[in-house]
Write a protein that binds this ligand. Structure first.
Ligand code: 5AD
Ligand code: SF4
Length: 441
């Protein structure tokens, strides 16, 4: 049996694609291995959202080529593969094939061709069967948590973003299929489903089969109610796009306890002027109202966001608007990024006016402000009891178990491994910067 090592960078969509690739390869007679050094094949599922992520591919292929052993077959998958295609074969010596974001289902066949001696294979084609997305339990990142892509691609074309180019146009999975898959996952012991998509709440299926009888002002809020009705223990969804985030989504969360109290709503900047340059299609006033509504909810909803600092033309005053917004919103956590120009995007043509040193200063300043807000938010949990899904062994503590709360906080506690896969009441005894510690009650 040929052994395949698969490395994944980037977002949950890539993690999910990799789970499907591993499942399909298992079916095609390959064996997945966690040890790169002994693998006959090395696959790298790439991300191109920022230059740093893309750089990882070059470093990793170089490392493999220079290790002292026969060169494995090397395949590049995912976003960089989709964007660069054939040019990667010349750009990175040692790469044998390139497979785009929607062609990942065909990796097995391509591998067989590569073992037959064919080289320089490129497949940037479309998916063959949009429903053949099943994942074997053994290839899931957790036996109890499943990522379920309900929409892929992006139609928004924010000026900084490569995703519309790497992932193509938005395509939604039929609701009846989503429900069928969730019921099957539930039957197999999965406790938590993450509905995923670059803009999950822009979900718009071709037909509403499966959503009949469910209320809601958008297909997404109707889907949330339909998914809640499956009775699965927990449903999380990410990432939400502010322009399509209506109050009805909050109402659905308020009505259904199994819709988890966590919303990831990237704001990107606190300045209307910069948001316009980014073509985000939302204003700060509207965003603040959405946050205020979420804060006023009867559920204690955790809020997280993404922010880019140093976008072309961002002045000190614009940046201070972002600082003010972060202080106002009090996010549970925020992913802060330095703007990275991506060839092919509209912003790439704009003058990158903020120096790297200045971007770093703004990053550090915003991180400091966010950390202070975050600490305050997290301290509220001290002494509270959270329902934690016992997902796996915690590396740091003997007999330690780690898992997530419905508000998507990492909680570690000491307990017997027989509790794995169940939802446990844990009283928080210690709050750290990015996780909590507690004891079973
Ligand atoms: N530079 C920096 N950050 C970016 N993101 C997307 N494109 C870029 C870019 N060119 C960030 C956004 C997005 C997150 C996934 O990555 O904040 O929400
Ligand atoms: Fe990276 Fe975006 Fe591709 Fe995800 S979709 S892997 S974030 S470039």
């Amino acid at each position: 049996m040929k052994k395949v090592y698969l490395e994944t960078y980037g977002c949950q969509m890539n993690v999910s694609d990799s789970e499907r690739v591993a499942t399909a390869l298992g079916r095609d007679g390959f064996e997945m291995t966690a040890d790169a050094a002994s693998a006959d094949v090395v696959l790298i599922n790439t991300c191109s959202v920022r230059e740093k992520a893309e750089q990882k591919l070059y470093t990793q292929v170089g490392r493999i080529r220079h290790s002292e052993r026969p060169k494995p077959i090397i395949g590049v998958l995912g976003c960089v593969a989709q964007l660069e295609g054939e040019t990667l074969l010349n750009k990175i010596p040692g790469v044998d094939f390139v497979v785009g974001t929607r062609a990942v289902g065909r990796v097995g066949g391509i591998l067989n061709r590569a073992f037959d001696g064919e080289s320089d294979i490129v497949d940037l084609g479309e998916r063959e069967d949009e429903y053949d997305w099943t994942v074997a339990d053994t290839h899931r990142h957790s036996p109890y948590v499943a990522f379920l892509p309900i929409i892929e691609g992006c139609n928004k074309f924010c000026t900084y973003c490569i995703v519309p180019f790497s992932r193509g146009r938005e395509k939604s999975l039929a609701a009846s299929e989503i429900i069928r898959q969730i019921l099957e996952l539930k039957r197999r012991g999965v406790k938590e489903i993450h509905l995923i998509g670059q803009n999950v709440n822009s979900y718009r299926p071709e037909s509403e089969t499966g959503l009949e009888g469910f209320e809601g002002k958008s297909a997404f809020s109707r889907l949330l109610r339909a998914v809640a009705a499956t009775g699965i223990d927990r449903i999380k969804f990410t990432t939400s796009f502010p322009r399509d985030f209506n109050e009805d989504i909050v109402e659905a969360i308020e009505t259904h306890p199994n819709l988890c109290n966590w919303v990831h709503l990237p704001v990107q900047s606190g300045s209307d002027r910069v948001l316009k340059l980014m073509k985000r299609g939302h204003t700060i006033d509207r965003y603040r109202k959405q946050i205020d509504r979420l804060r006023a909810s009867s559920r204690d909803i955790a809020l997280t966001t993404d922010i880019i600092v140093g976008f072309p033309g961002e002045t000190e005053a614009d940046f201070m608007d972002t600082v003010d917004l972060v202080k106002h919103c009090g996010f549970d956590s925020a992913y802060i990024f330095k703007y990275s120009p991506r060839p092919g995007t509209p912003a790439y043509e704009m003058e990158d006016t903020v120096s790297f040193a200045e971007k770093t200063l703004r990053f550090l300043e915003l991180e400091k402000v966010q950390k202070a807000c975050q600490e305050k938010r997290l301290r509220r949990y001290d002494g509270k009891v959270l329902e934690v899904l016992a997902e796996g062994a915690s590396a740091r503590t003997p007999r330690g178990i780690t898992g997530h709360s419905p508000c998507h906080k990492v909680v570690n506690f000491v307990a017997d491994s027989s509790l794995l896969g169940s939802i446990v009441n844990v009283k928080v005894t210690e709050v750290k910067a990015n996780s909590m510690f507690g004891e079973v009650v």
